[in-house]
Design a binder for this molecule. Structure first.
Ligand SMILES: Cc1ncc(COP(=O)(O)O)c(C=O)c1O
Length: 496
């Protein structure tokens, strides 16, 4: 219902929003306002406040897509009012999601025949996909344990300590113990040998990451599969593997097709991928694919009968938008294998240029590898004068959003900067970023030498007495790092 109000004061004659009272009054923040305001005033006020957000294109913290073709944006806007869950009303949208599931399953080498339907579902992102995959593993494990007359109240999952926070969420929300393989300096992914050692009869699955969030490195799923097959044969257990291919799922098939990480490996039972990362769709779409029907327990699936055909659904939420699914299908048919390959090659090449520029400064050690997600993760060789957190903050001045964070256990003492190279981060932006990093380094070094003499002597007034406390530059640096760490709480804050 449209709401109309009669404007009684003189404002009806004031045509400029900026000349009206709406821009003078503070906006309500806690309670809904009593009165309506004109639509142009509402638009202007909100739009203006949003100007203070960062520029998404310069947000190098995120893997999530920040640019799409205008033709696809048109499709997105045209379907913005379609609730995905209304399958009766929007059967074509449902059909497009099914086509996407099939295409991704084939890309990941699922054992499905030419005209057979793959098993999978569209989600809001990889987090929901991981919750669903984790639930399927938990339920399958419980069923097996019950059938064997064994207890099933202490499930656990084995991952590297480098997993994204969504795995912690899964563990906490669905009461599964998270057993993390610790990292070490110089080795920032899950070691498959240590992971397999941690597996016991209560392990519902081992989760490997194709494209660690922290460094982009691909974990060795093939070795994990081999070692776990041996352990399963020795113990009689049947521990499966899930691959979290949130970022790498749309990179490896195009750039390293010979790399075996997917359903070619027999223990890989499910894979998630974010459509909104290198699937090249705006935020709000992920996918989970199961190897076969048997890997998804039927009692978790709800069956909706739309237009006479069975539509299995397995999601955490009911309503959601359709636009992202439609956009994913657009990208698949618009780009095809050829287009995705070209874009991923470009991203890798831009990441290489950026990496070289960063190395040439002589100040950083690059931790990311040449094979993996196109990103550059790098640490300062010498943090005695300034930290990566200082660099991240200084780069904001140029508009760049580059996250700095410390590694998880047992490599917490390593602090890195990470630049994600997306489709829309081109060569000239890469070169400009390098020159801005050089500028920031120069400024920080000049500042450090200016203040080092002063900072070494901190005068502290205690009561009447003047007490002189000497601090070394290292101590001051440690304090700065400690201060920053307060903002970097928990796992991977600020990176996604
Ligand atoms: C390896 C990995 N898994 C899962 C996620 C969560 O993905 P989403 O943001 O699609 O929920 C991320 C996000 O960056 C990730 O890097």
């Amino acid at each position: 219902m449209a709401i109309t109000t009669r404007i009684t004061d003189s404002e009806e004659h004031v045509h400029s929003t900026f000349g009206s009272r709406y821009v003078r009054d503070p906006l309500p923040r806690f309670k809904m306002p009593e009165k309506s305001i004109p639509k142009d005033a509402a638009y202007q006020i909100i739009n203006d406040e949003l100007m203070l957000d960062g520029n998404p294109r310069l947000n190098l913290a995120s893997f999530v897509t920040t640019w799409m073709e205008p033709e696809c944006e048109k499709l997105i806007m045209a379907s913005i009012n379609k609730n995905y869950v209304d399958m009766d009303e929007y059967p074509v949208t449902t059909e497009l999601q099914n086509r996407c599931v099939n295409m991704i399953a084939h890309l990941f080498n699922a054992p499905v025949g030419e005209n057979e339907s793959a098993v999978g579902v569209g989600t809001v992102g990889s987090s929901e996909a991981i919750m669903l995959a984790g639930l399927a593993f938990k339920r399958k494990w419980q069923q097996r344990r019950r059938a064997e007359g064994k207890p099933c109240d202490k499930p656990n999952i084995v991952t590297g300590a480098n997993v994204q926070v969504c795995w912690e969420k899964f563990a906490r929300y669905f009461e599964v113990e998270l057993k993390e393989v610790k990292l070490q300096e110089g080795y920032y992914v899950m070691d498959p040998r240590k992971a397999v050692e941690m597996v016991d009869e209560n392990t519902i699955c081992v989760a490997a990451i194709l494209g660690s969030t922290l460094t982009g490195e691909f974990e060795d799923v093939k070795l994990l599969n081999e070692l776990l097959m041996q352990k399963n044969a020795q113990t009689g257990w049947d521990t499966p593997i899930h691959v979290d291919a949130a970022s790498g799922g749309f990179i490896a098939p195009f750039l390293t097709p010979e790399l075996e990480w997917d359903f070619r490996l027999p223990l890989v039972k499910s894979i998630n991928v974010s459509g909104h990362k290198y699937g090249l769709v705006y935020a709000g779409v992920g996918w989970v694919i199961w190897r076969t029907k048997d890997d998804l327990p039927d009692d978790l699936v709800f069956h909706i009968n739309y237009l006479g055909a069975d539509q299995p659904t397995f999601t955490l939420n009911f309503s959601k938008g359709s636009s992202q699914i439609i956009a994913q299908y657009y990208q698949f048919i618009r780009l095809g294998f050829e287009g995705y390959k070209g874009i991923m090659e470009n991203c890798m090449e831009n990441a290489r240029v950026l990496k070289e520029g960063i190395e040439q400064t002589g100040k950083f050690e690059v931790l990311s590898k040449d094979v993996g997600v196109p990103l550059v993760a790098f640490m300062l060789k010498d943090s005695s004068k300034h930290t990566v957190f200082d660099i991240a903050e200084s780069l904001r001045r140029f508009g760049w959003i580059v996250p700095a964070y410390t590694m998880p256990a047992d490599a917490q003492h390593i602090a890195v900067l990470r630049v994600v190279v997306r489709e829309d981060f081109n060569r000239s932006l890469a070169m400009r970023l390098v020159s801005n990093i050089e500028k920031v380094l120069g400024e920080l070094e000049a500042r450090a030498s200016r203040i080092s003499v002063i900072a070494a002597t901190v005068t502290k007034v205690a009561g009447e007495e003047k007490q002189v406390v000497k601090k070394t530059v290292e101590q001051i640096q440690e304090e700065v790092t400690r201060h920053w760490k307060k903002f970097v709480k928990g796992k991977n804050t600020g990176v996604c």
